[in-house]
Design a protein around this ligand. Structure first.
Ligand SMILES: C[S@@+](CC[C@H](N)C(=O)[O-])C[C@H]1O[C@@H](n2cnc3c(N)ncnc32)[C@H](O)[C@@H]1O
Length: 207
């Protein structure tokens, strides 16, 4: 079980997901929504760190075969309950991605949305995301950049957990870069992600 190696431990996510209101809203992430047409129709999509499932559920509704993993048992239980109530079929797994048994060449797509990891874990987990893709598979990522520290619209307050375009280019070296840019966007995703934000957007294709 993840404990002190985490800048943000499991208990913090559990507490966040016990709040009655979904803290990141009920809509899917806007960047994922915009870029998801790049995924192979009806393909197998892996959604690491899907919290209470807003992105995984939306992808399942679009006809993808979705597999999500999240560290928080509370988030995962909430995701399973909402999926059940909505009659959605997807695989929702509780696990720590740093010790997960990552498959190779299994998925047509990966959607990593606001998964902020300490460098020593990011260095392992980002390459594992890429290896989990079949050749030609698409990885979509959105994360806050260090510039986000000047805003109060969400994200980690520790610079070592924030990502840049250069850092993602290195993490996903070997993949084809289809889009990679640091931008300022107005996000409107629940109480925890709201307002002008500095983010990096990336789309990579596995070779
Ligand atoms: C900022 S939230 C984003 C949740 C979701 N992607 C969304 O956009 O609604 C970050 C998520 O990462 C998860 N997480 C952090 N470290 C993890 C790990 N090692 N393994 C699995 N999930 C992790 C947390 O439980 C939390 O749900």
């Amino acid at each position: 079980m993840a404990t002190d190696k985490w800048a943000y431990p499991q208990a913090m996510w559990d507490e966040r997901y016990r709040e009655p209101e979904p803290v990141y809203g009920t809509r899917p992430n806007s960047y994922l929504e915009k870029q998801s047409s790049r995924f192979m129709p009806a393909g197998r999509i892996f959604v690491p760190a899907d919290g209470y499932g807003r992105n995984g559920h939306w992808l399942a509704r679009q006809g993808f075969a979705v597999h999500t993993v999240d560290l928080s048992p509370v988030g995962v239980e909430r995701s399973r309950k909402t999926a059940r109530e909505a009659g959605l079929t997807l695989t929702i797994e509780q696990a720590d991605l740093s010790s997960w048994n990552w498959p190779a060449a299994e998925f047509d797509g990966v959607a990593s949305i606001f998964l902020h990891l300490p460098p020593e874990l990011r260095n392992k987990i980002h390459p594992a995301m890429l290896r989990a893709l079949k050749p030609g598979g698409i990885l979509i990522i959105e994360a806050f950049t260090p510039e986000q520290l000047q805003f109060h619209s969400g994200g980690p307050k520790d610079a070592s957990l924030l990502y840049t375009a250069d850092l993602l280019r290195e993490d996903f070296a070997g993949a084809e870069v289809l889009e990679l840019e640091e931008v300022k966007v107005d996000i409107d995703e629940g109480t925890k992600h709201s307002g002008l934000s500095a983010v990096v957007h990336g789309v990579f294709r596995a070779r």
